[in-house]
Design a protein around this ligand. Structure first.
Ligand code: SAM
Length: 231
């Protein structure tokens, strides 16, 4: 794992001094995965590339310096935990609706002494009640299709901020279908950035959505409604 990270991190502009903590987090993840469903990826080399370096590739999508970031549906901590480990200047809120995953993340956060991360058990659409437009950047990977995801994420982002959706290539139809949702929620599609995960031949895509106007108060709706009638 160390060699993969030593080669991959500089390509993302990240100092290699965070490798020990990335390794420590991976060890905790794989240990806990024995007793709880956290990840289907269990080969350390693949954890390094498909989880850690993929997560950190989100840095390509915006200037994260000193930003407040929310990771919606972080699961076992991706992309938010590697981000918090690699960038102490970024304040990261790790949000997930599954309590046992959040408890694992809190254990890891404490073990690593990460003061720039908070772990929150909650649903994004409810969290928006008290945290509306209070983040500079929202990130999310593998949580829902883009129109649903926009309703979960865009209300959390301040005007002038950005939502970075981590997707696979070939998501053109999904992005097209989300056009109306993006506009209704105060967003504007900026670009789709393809990147190769360092050390692999896997290409993923960052969909960059700018927050250009406030999200109307009626959004986000209750999840049942979001799912039943995506915008
Ligand atoms: N982002 C992680 C990754 O890429 O490995 C986890 C992806 S996992 C497939 C989706 C996660 O989203 C689950 O942990 C689930 O509990 C969470 N989730 C789904 N809907 C959510 C919501 N409305 N608010 C917060 N978390 C949600």
């Amino acid at each position: 794992m160390r060699e993969i990270l030593e080669a991959g991190l500089p390509a993302l502009g990240i100092d290699v001094s965070c490798i020990s903590n990335l390794e420590k987090f991976s060890t905790m993840l794989l240990e806990k995965n024995q007793v709880m469903n956290l990840t289907a990826i269990t080969e350390p080399a693949q954890v390094a590339t498909l989880h850690l370096l993929d997560s950190l590739s989100v840095l390509r999508g915006a200037d994260f310096s000193g930003r407040r970031v929310v990771d919606v549906g972080t699961g076992a901590g991706f992309p938010g935990m590697p981000l918090a480990i690699a960038r102490s200047d970024v304040s990261v809120t790790l949000l997930d609706s599954l309590g046992k995953r959040v408890r694992f993340l809190e254990e890891a956060r404490q073990a690593l002494g990460l003061e720039n991360a908070v772990c929150v058990h909650g649903r994004a659409e409810e969290f928006a009640g008290d945290h509306r437009e209070s983040f500079d950047i929202a990130v999310s990977r593998a949580v829902a299709n883009l129109s649903v995801l926009c309703e979960l994420c865009l209300p959390l982002v301040r005007v002038g901020g950005v939502f970075l959706a981590m997707k696979s290539t070939g998501c053109e139809a999904e992005v097209d279908a989300a056009g109306r949702a993006i506009r209704l929620l105060g967003g504007a599609l900026r670009e789709s950035l393809d990147y190769v995960i360092p050390g692999t031949d896997v290409t993923h895509r960052l969909v960059v959505i700018a927050k250009v106007s406030p999200t109307p108060k009626k959004y986000p709706r209750a999840f049942a409604q979001i799912k039943k009638q995506p915008l």
